[in-house]
Design a protein around this ligand. Structure first.
Ligand SMILES: *[C@@H]1O[C@H](CO)[C@@H](O)[C@H](O)[C@H]1NC(C)=O
Ligand SMILES: *[C@@H]1O[C@H](CO)[C@@H](O)[C@H](O)[C@H]1NC(C)=O
Ligand SMILES: *[C@@H]1O[C@H](CO)[C@@H](O)[C@H](O)[C@H]1NC(C)=O
Ligand SMILES: *[C@@H]1O[C@H](CO)[C@@H](O)[C@H](O)[C@H]1NC(C)=O
Ligand SMILES: *[C@@H]1O[C@H](CO)[C@@H](O)[C@H](O)[C@H]1NC(C)=O
Ligand SMILES: *[C@@H]1O[C@H](CO)[C@@H](O)[C@H](O)[C@H]1NC(C)=O
Ligand SMILES: [Cu+2]
Length: 404
């Protein structure tokens, strides 16, 4: 409850201007350029609320040592290469996951993929979705820093930018040596669609992209995806599962199928700002983000994932096997932070901190997620477990970062 006072101060400040002259918007503009400006205000507002607190939220996190996570395009070429070098370094180190459990986990990078595969049905459409992924991403960032000498922070991909330029023109996806590698080789997929759903969930039809094959350039050109798939959606209403189980060894190239249509339809600036401003409860917030089943809408979360496409991009379980996953989830975490900071009193430890249960759409039925629910990321990270309470603020618990 120590945080209460800080948030009272913060809330008073939040009622005024985020930065001089910029009034916090109350609803998303349908004009994409206006929405882009609105997002800038919401991001700087969130940063301001965190940093204006008189006291640090955890004893080790002080205003002077808060780290700043940045958008990929704002990093210098040298900083981008330092990041991708560190990811490639993790991909050269040996896995910690026991072979008896995940024989396909060969590298330290695979530890993250294996954990996500293992827990997928307990961390999506659940009450722990946002918190679990925040912790997962943080531990990945720490591994890059502590195990691979990376000096920077975890970058993010602002979907709104590539929705404007086209993905292949975006610094994240242009395939250059300062990108996250680009599109996959062209495969003729004329007449095919991506069909999501099944297993009792309503079907959603999505367009295919402009690639489909193995990536051909950039820092990850020769990387091997070792794990999965567990449930890979392939154009033509086909779902692929690894023959010996998703944790077995199944080496293959990284495929992408960049799909501008999904990026612009589901993750444009208006969609992003609307996800921050429209939902008033955390239940509505996380449902809008992931898409309400049956609505035909996949939200900004699905929009980002499926606009990458490919393998493992279209497999919810194995998706962290594409290194761009972590930039996507950086943006997810940014959106959550921006939403939280509009009402920190209720949205960090209060009535809109957590909603939902610990199983995918509560199937099979499970307990409600609470602030005491434990989060474990297995052999990824440093082997410490946290609770939801520990991951609710980006400057408390183990964390100390903001978004710019
Ligand atoms: C792709 O395949 C379709 C038939 O499936 C064909 O009509 C079309 O010409 C092909 N496109 C290219 C670029 O090869
Ligand atoms: C990728 O692998 C190919 C074939 O083994 C090799 O010719 C090429 O030099 C490699 N590229 C990089 C960037 O490592
Ligand atoms: C997709 O495949 C599922 C399972 O085989 C089937 O039930 C469904 O009707 C198919 N949908 C389309 C659009 O072909
Ligand atoms: C932007 O996103 C919103 C929400 O997903 C959608 O309704 C709108 O059609 C999108 N705009 C464009 C130009 O696709
Ligand atoms: C779980 O959460 C729901 C929705 O908030 C609530 O109605 C229900 O009483 C909760 N169940 C328990 C056991 O606390
Ligand atoms: C973390 O949680 C997992 C899963 O509940 C458990 O198996 C493991 O022993 C816990 N680790 C520690 C260090 O408490
Ligand atoms: Cu996930």
């Amino acid at each position: 409850m120590k945080a209460g006072l800080i948030f009272t101060i913060a809330t008073v400040l939040a009622g005024t201007n985020a930065s001089p002259g910029d009034k916090v918007p109350t609803s998303a503009s349908s004009d994409i350029q206006v929405a882009q400006e609105q997002l800038k205000i919401l991001v700087s507002h969130a940063k301001y609320i965190v940093k204006s607190a008189k006291k640090p939220f955890s004893p080790t996190c002080k205003p002077g040592n808060v780290q700043v996570r940045k958008e990929w395009s704002t990093l210098s070429p040298r900083e981008r290469i330092a990041y991708t070098d560190a990811v490639r370094c993790l991909q050269k180190k040996t896995a910690r996951s026991p072979a008896s459990w995940a024989p396909g986990a060969k590298t330290r990078y695979d530890d993250w993929v294996a954990t996500h595969i293992d827990q997928t049905l307990q961390i999506h459409y659940t009450g722990n979705f946002l918190g679990w992924h925040r912790f997962f991403l943080w531990e990945y960032e720490q591994a890059l820093r502590n195990e691979c000498g990376y000096q920077g922070t975890q970058p993010y991909w602002n979907w709104g930018l590539s929705a404007e330029t086209g993905m292949e023109q975006s610094p994240v996806w242009d395939g250059s040596k300062t990108s996250m590698s680009g599109n996959g080789a062209y495969i003729n997929q004329t007449g095919l669609e991506v069909v999501l759903g099944g297993n009792g969930l309503p079907e959603i039809y999505l367009p295919v992209g402009s690639g489909g094959g193995c990536i051909e350039s950039g820092p990850f050109v020769n990387m091997t995806v070792n794990l999965g798939p567990a449930s890979l959606t392939v154009p033509g209403n086909i779902t692929i599962v690894s023959p010996n189980g998703p944790l077995s060894y199944n080496p293959r190239c990284l495929k992408r199928d960049l799909t501008d249509e999904l990026n612009t339809r589901f993750a444009n600036f208006t969609a992003i700002v609307d996800n921050i401003l429209a939902p008033k409860s955390v239940y509505d917030f996380q449902m809008q983000m992931q898409g309400v089943p049956g609505s035909g809408i996949i939200g900004v979360h699905g929009g980002g994932h499926y606009s990458m496409g490919g393998d493992p991009g279209r497999d919810v379980f194995t998706s962290p096997g594409d290194p761009a996953f972590y930039l996507h989830h950086g943006m997810i975490d940014l959106v959550w932070t921006a939403w939280q900071m509009l009402d920190p009193e209720n949205r960090i430890y209060g009535k809109d901190a957590v909603a939902g249960t610990n199983t995918f759409l509560n199937q099979p039925p499970s307990a409600n997620t609470t602030l005491d629910t434990e989060i474990s990321i297995g052999w990824a990270g440093r082997g410490v477990n946290v609770t939801m309470k520990d991951v609710m603020s980006t400057v408390a618990g183990p964390f100390c970062y903001v978004y710019a």
